[in-house]
Design a protein. Structure first.
Length: 372
């Protein structure tokens, strides 16, 4: 995990502020703050909700950070952590010594009816049997000590029968869920960051070795070498230097220039990002993206596996936040903490849906970078 003391922070640019560029709309100007004021696409209700959450952001961030830290400390002796309905950090444990440690740290210990090793064997069996079936996925639910297995509308006939057969074989530890629509990555071919006929969103700017880079989705970086701020290709943004998809879903782009440090809230305001952290089940989160602007929701799983038609992504954050094509790569955050990059999901922002995110801490560690 990468964390920065507020006194040492510099400003971080999130280029999802270039969102929803249409013919004749304002573009970026060299030397500007790289933030374009966009029409409010998020709706008054969402803005009011965000404002109402701001007063408790510090407490919630502290609870989620504590839960993630304790789960990391316990390692294979836990099935994970989550925030309960009261916002308290709850950490699953397997013995009294760990329970005492969790309690002393200020969190709530919860005994596991199934061992982490058992849950790991179940997810291994699912990986072997269903990784070749697009539209499926799974994640451990720490609140119930079960493995949630989901299928989208494309899983029918023999493929659905195979998933159900595996679920029956694995017994009561499995919870089956049907999700609406079809799982897909959220890149948009044809029409904010542009390149090779693709539009995606930029997540977070980072520093590596004193140089300026930014992160976006790997399924975007795989197909785009040179990024621009406009569809015509006249305003250069950067060049993809590394990309990982499937397996992971992140890409590192070397930026043409350093920029301003805030996520666009789509109401004429922005949110500074000062650190990177781990998401926790039950945490309220917000997403900013170039198609649908600002949206919020709740983390429903971490370390999730999702089988897209293009390939399998593991270690994902699952949320109730909606997203649509073109939002790929956009930022997931909580207050001033960067959490993830938009990967894909099902549904849309009219009917709702499920969205998955690449945790941002992984590419930061792999690339030796930090939010700046």
């Amino acid at each position: 995990m990468t964390r920065r003391n507020a006194a040492r922070k510099t400003r971080l640019r999130t280029v999802v502020t270039w969102a929803a560029v249409t013919a004749g709309s304002a573009g970026l100007v060299a030397g500007s703050l790289y933030a374009v004021r966009m029409p409010d696409q998020s709706g008054g209700g969402r803005q009011a909700t965000l404002a109402g959450q701001e007063a408790s952001n510090t407490r919630k961030r502290s609870a989620s950070a504590l839960a993630a830290e304790l789960a990391d400390r316990l390692g294979p002796r836990t099935a994970g952590a989550y925030l309960d309905a009261a916002g308290r950090p709850v950490v699953t444990v397997t013995n009294s010594a760990d329970a005492a440690m969790v309690r002393a740290a200020g969190a709530v210990p919860k005994a596991l009816p199934r061992s982490p090793a058992t849950l790991k064997r179940i997810t291994a069996a699912l990986r072997q049997s269903t990784s070749g079936i697009p539209g499926t996925g799974w994640a451990v639910d720490p609140a119930t000590s079960k493995v949630t297995v989901w299928t989208d509308d494309s899983v029918t006939g023999r493929r659905m029968a195979a998933v159900r057969r595996m679920a029956r074989e694995l017994g009561p530890a499995i919870r089956m869920v049907r999700i609406p629509g079809r799982l897909r990555t959220f890149a948009l071919g044809g029409d904010a960051i542009f390149g090779q006929g693709t539009r995606c969103s930029l997540g977070f700017n980072v520093k590596r070795g004193g140089q300026d880079f930014f992160l976006t989705a790997g399924h975007c970086g795989n197909v785009v070498r040179t990024w621009t701020a406009d569809q015509q290709g006249g305003q250069a943004l950067g060049t993809t230097v590394e990309s990982s998809f499937p397996g992971d879903d992140f890409a590192l782009v070397q930026a043409e220039e350093a920029g301003e440090g805030a996520v666009n809230l789509y109401n004429g305001q922005s949110q500074d990002i000062t650190e990177a952290g781990e998401a926790v089940v039950g945490q309220r989160v917000t997403r900013s993206g170039s198609t649908t602007g600002l949206r919020d929701g709740t983390v429903t799983a971490v370390n999730a596996t999702v089988n897209y038609p293009e390939g399998t992504v593991t270690g994902a954050i699952q949320t109730t936040v909606c997203a649509e094509p073109g939002d790929s790569g956009g930022s997931l955050f909580s207050g001033s903490t960067a959490l993830g990059l938009t990967s894909g999901g099902s549904g849309d922002c009219q009917s709702g849906g499920v969205t998955f995110f690449q945790p941002v801490t992984e590419p930061l560690q792999i690339f030796g970078a930090e939010v700046s």
